[in-house]
Design a protein around this ligand. Structure first.
Ligand code: SF4
Length: 189
């Protein structure tokens, strides 16, 4: 035990010095949360669905929870079940294997459910496009309220997208790219 403590004291901190906090980003995060609370009257619960991404979009989404962005500290939280969610955050082109899971998740989310497609792949299929293994953009499978471009989008852009989708819903706009019929019923594969 003493050997370990001695080693820790002798080695010191070897990691890089963290960058100075970007006050504008933190201030904007705070403003976004305040506006979300003003619109919704409650905290926002998000269910994230990786429908087939390369995981870089997930890394940016994970960054929202770090001490720098601290969105849980601001009241926005990620939940494990779509039944507890206000908003679905969906990444990736929708792989054929995730299509059914995404449809079930959408149907399990209570109304009024919001959907934000994240990343170029979520917007239009991105570098994966559409093919035998990919359904392409998220809106090809479920109704999408807003699509946030970027490969991957930065955490603050994702936060801006969350606010934009909530604003649009408050203004009563219709989802973008809604399938002509309920996607699950129309599906044949
Ligand atoms: S948008 Fe870019 S980072 Fe996100 S899943 Fe697609 S390829 Fe990966």
């Amino acid at each position: 035990m003493w050997k370990i403590l001695h080693q820790i004291a002798r080695t010191g901190v070897v990691t890089e010095t963290p960058p100075a906090l970007a006050e504008p980003v933190q201030a904007e995060s705070g403003r976004i949360q305040a506006e979300l609370l003003a619109i919704l009257g409650q905290a926002l619960a998000i269910r994230q669905v990786d429908a087939g991404s390369c995981n870089a979009c997930e890394l940016e989404i994970h960054a929202l929870n770090n001490p720098y962005y601290n969105i849980e500290g601001l009241g926005i939280k990620f939940v494990a079940s779509p039944r507890h969610a206000d908003l679905l955050l969906v990444t990736g082109p929708v792989s054929r294997h995730m299509k059914e899971a995404l449809l079930r998740t959408y149907e399990a989310t209570p109304e009024p459910r919001l959907v934000l497609a994240v990343g170029d792949c979520g917007c239009d299929g991105g570098i994966f496009g559409e093919g035998h293994a990919s359904c392409g953009r998220v809106a090809n499978v479920i109704p999408v309220d807003l699509a946030m471009a970027g490969c991957p989008p930065a955490p603050i852009d994702i936060l801006r997208g969350i606010l934009a989708v909530v604003r649009r819903q408050a203004a009563g706009s219709q989802p973008q790219g809604t399938p002509a019929a309920p996607a699950r019923r129309a599906s044949t594969d």
